[in-house]
Design a protein around this ligand. Structure first.
Ligand code: ATP
Ligand code: MG
Length: 213
């Protein structure tokens, strides 16, 4: 019997995906927040979930270890999207990618031609593309988390990070100076899986599409 595997990350993506899966008649049998299981069954014998790090979702789907996955646009842009079909914007985990600096830092002056700043980020590809389009010279420093700390301790002048309410920026005396792009999570599908298992996958895609707000 053919079956499908969906790669998901814990936290907000899992929470916000549950109603979409329910619309497709898929209900997980365990909660990944409380269970230590990395493979989670569902009410459907032919559908299982694998719980992976958010940034690893595109990799599992690219290599076909998962047929489907749900990942933020931020993560997909860094991955590059090779081997992935991206049929649906799920409109969940919405936030924006932006440039932020310590309150009072003269970003306008620093971004003039000839200016050079140091930018800390987890999003090297997106940051590179953004500053190149503006003709700005930046030294990018790769971090894996807590980007807000970098300007506070002199590691960088600015950060490129995701913001939703701006609460974390405010709490660390930073301000948003440039909006790069809106972010939401997308459904991705392994291209070969879509061809080989279309009868199983297409109804799931259609049901999820119908439930997207
Ligand atoms: P970790 O926080 O465990 O290091 P992570 O940052 O990769 O891992 P999350 O913080 O759960 O994981 O983020 C997962 C996805 O959710 C991101 O790739 C992004 O698309 C989205 N996201 C991140 N921060 C926000 C936010 N503040 N509001 C809405 N969506 C967000
Ligand atoms: Mg995070």
């Amino acid at each position: 019997m053919s079956s499908i595997t969906l790669a998901l990350s814990k936290g907000r993506i899992f929470e916000e995906t549950l109603p979409l899966l329910a619309a497709a008649g898929i209900e997980p049998t365990d909660n990944p927040e409380s269970s230590r299981k990395l493979i989670i069954g569902t009410n459907r014998p032919d559908v299982r979930l694998v719980i992976v790090r958010a940034t690893d979702v595109p990799t599992y789907v690219q290599y076909g270890a998962a047929d489907l996955g749900i990942a933020g646009k931020d993560v997909l842009l860094e991955h590059g999207g090779a081997g992935l079909y991206q049929p649906l914007d799920l409109n969940i985990a919405r936030c924006r990618l932006c440039v932020a600096v310590p309150r009072g830092f003269d970003y306008a002056a620093a971004s003039k031609p000839g200016g050079r700043i140091r930018v800390a980020t987890k999003y090297i590809n997106s940051a590179k593309a953004h500053f190149a389009a503006k003709g700005m010279h930046v030294d990018l420093i790769k971090l894996y988390g807590s980007m807000e700390l970098a300007p506070l301790v002199g590691l960088a002048d600015a950060i490129v990070d995701l913001v939703s309410t701006g609460g974390t920026l405010r709490a660390n005396n930073l301000e948003e100076v440039e909006d790069i792009m809106p972010i939401s999570s997308r459904l991705v599908v392994n291209q070969a899986s879509l061809k080989l298992k279309r009868e199983l996958i297409q109804p799931v895609l259609d049901a999820i599409a119908g439930a997207v707000k």
